[in-house]
Design a binder for this molecule. Structure first.
Ligand code: C2E
Ligand code: MG
Ligand code: MG
Ligand code: MG
Length: 285
């Protein structure tokens, strides 16, 4: 295909006069291999979404975050850290991102009649390059229409890297989707570049405290101070604050003491395939 040919042309360096040493050649080769493999995986529909629930202080599930997995026929489950950054670099993230949104919205629509999962939000991670793509707003609206998913239950997770590029454009696009009912959260919060000025202008509902601040919460007083600051920021801007990567009861208690009462992490549940989540839900009294 034309898309694949373009990656190959780039990969063998015909578009530059740069001199490649053996190592660089090797890296370029590996990158091209991964790009073709991702391309094939899209064709073969090997990407699936797993779901990790999010909880309130009473232990009630409020919604879940979808996390993409590559279920490779030979290599088994491949984690997003392996193929998301690569897809961002080679442009395949636009196709992969739309596939992910389609799957998440299809699941959201299917769950709408489920006695326990109906009405819960589904969060989808969106790369900055997806948001900055011209077709993004139309793509999301079309996918909502096609799947019949309730836009009010769709939450898009963005990272602060979106603020590095055109902020004004991001604000307009987010506003249009917000009008359609879609909500936004800021992922990995505290690791990026947000200025207070941007934060108050973005149509956000939620801040997600990056798990790096949760990890050493009990031993590093700076992390505890950062958590309290993010909670206070959320309160003053009218945003919900959720902690990611909560692994121990002690971390949860410390978060609660710091005023953070929404949680996501291995303490509660690992990300699981949709069927496993459904099976787990039916056991809840
Ligand atoms: P993220 O959006 O910040 O997702 C949270 C990551 O933390 C997930 O890793 C999740 O499995 C992991 N996690 C959850 N609870 C815990 C915990 O208690 N302890 C620890 N150590 N980790 C926990 P995962 O699934 O490997 O995803 C990594 C990143 O890849 C995500 O970070 C997100 O940036 C990206 N990603 C995942 N799915 C998608 C997707 O569908 N689209 C895009 N564009 N990016 C995605
Ligand atoms: Mg996320
Ligand atoms: Mg995160
Ligand atoms: Mg992350």
């Amino acid at each position: 295909s034309a898309e694949l040919a373009m990656y190959e042309a780039k990969a063998d360096g015909r578009d530059s006069l740069r001199f490649f040493n053996a190592d660089m050649q090797d890296q370029v080769h590996q990158r091209a291999e991964l790009a073709s493999a991702i391309y094939r995986a899209l064709e073969n529909d090997e990407f699936t979404l797993w779901y990790q629930p999010q909880y309130d202080a009473q232990g009630k599930i409020l919604g879940m975050e979808s996390l993409v997995r590559w279920e490779h026929p030979v290599k088994g489950v491949i984690m997003p850290g392996v193929f998301i950054p690569a897809s961002e670099a080679n442009g395949l993230i636009l196709r992969l991102g739309n596939r992910i949104l389609f799957k998440a919205c299809t699941q959201l629509a299917a769950w709408s009649t489920h006695p326990l999962l109906g009405g819960l939000t589904v969060a989808v991670n969106v790369s900055a390059s997806q948001l900055h793509n011209d077709a993004f707003v139309d793509d999301v609206c079309r996918i909502l229409d096609e799947t019949g998913a309730n836009a009010n239950l769709l939450e898009l997770e963005l990272t602060e890297t979106l603020l590095v590029r055109n902020v004004e454009e991001a604000i307009v696009k987010m506003g249009r989707l917000r009008e359609r009912g879609v909500r936004f959260s800021l992922d990995d919060f505290g690791t990026g570049y947000s200025s207070m000025n941007y934060l108050k202008r973005l149509p956000l509902e939620k801040l997600k405290i990056d798990r790096s601040f949760v990890r050493d919460l009990l031993t590093d007083p700076n992390d505890a101070a950062i958590v309290r600051t993010i909670v206070a920021l959320g309160e003053s801007l009218g945003l919900a604050v959720i902690a990611e990567g909560v692994e121990t009861a002690a971390q949860r208690d410390m978060l609660a003491t710091s005023g953070c009462c929404l949680y996501q992490g291995y303490l509660f549940s690992h990300p699981v395939p949709a069927a496993e989540l459904e099976a787990g839900m039916t056991h809840t009294p």
